[in-house]
Design a protein around this ligand. Structure first.
Ligand SMILES: Cc1cc2nc3c(=O)[nH]c(=O)nc-3n(C[C@H](O)[C@H](O)[C@H](O)COP(=O)(O)O)c2cc1C
Length: 181
């Protein structure tokens, strides 16, 4: 089994992080992988905001606590966030976002960095959240769907059995194989 497949199979959501900071170059590398994800028609409308400043992360957590009316909300106290955003009038924004996030998770896993999808900001329209986005220079016509919380793992994740199914319909004759090739 090659290293890429091993990394994909190893990836799990991490929801407890150590206090160790993630190197800026690693964050840039992970984001470079996001930028190389597929996007519908190669539109590349996305923009990625990387935050590893504790104060800025905590500010977002506080904004979300109010929006969610949940003072205990912590976003798992990540050491970094990558916030993909995309044009609000783009119909494949959510699809592209998911591709970018998966690349982020796989790249992070390959570097020993834990990650989890945070969905609480997904499509939220709120003045305080928009003011926060403005501070980060997220374009005014952009919307945020899922985001990535990152940090070095402080837990061994649950490796629950996967319930997904697949069926394989193989070629039954040599001729079919030849035609296919
Ligand atoms: C669309 C989507 C939204 C998710 N939102 C959250 C979230 O808000 N918080 C969270 O802890 N995990 C979230 N997750 C992670 C899933 O809970 C997780 O991927 C799933 O339980 C499988 O576990 P694994 O990632 O460890 O394989 C989300 C995943 C997806 C695909």
């Amino acid at each position: 089994m090659n290293e890429t497949i091993k990394t994909i199979l190893k990836r799990r959501s991490i929801r407890r992080f150590t206090d160790v900071k993630i190197d800026k170059e690693d964050l840039k590398l992970i984001t470079e992988c996001a930028i190389h994800a597929p996007s519908a028609m190669g539109s590349d409308y996305w923009h990625f905001t990387i935050i590893d400043d504790d104060d800025l992360i905590n500010e977002l957590i506080r904004v979300m606590q109010v929006i969610l009316d949940k003072p205990s909300y912590t976003m798992y106290h990540p050491k970094a966030l990558i916030i993909p955003s995309t044009r609000c009038d783009y119909r494949f924004g959510k699809d592209d976002n998911a591709c970018a996030l998966e690349n982020i998770f796989i790249a992070a896993t390959s570097l020993g960095i834990g990650s989890v999808w945070i969905n609480q900001l997904n499509g939220i329209e709120d003045d305080h959240l928009r003011a926060y986005y403005d501070k980060l220079m997220i374009p005014e016509d952009h919307v945020v769907y899922g985001i990535a919380a990152l940090g070095y793992p402080d837990e061994i994740p649950n490796t629950k059995e996967r319930k997904g199914t697949y069926k394989y319909f193989g070629c039954t004759s040599q001729q079919k194989v030849d035609t296919f090739l």
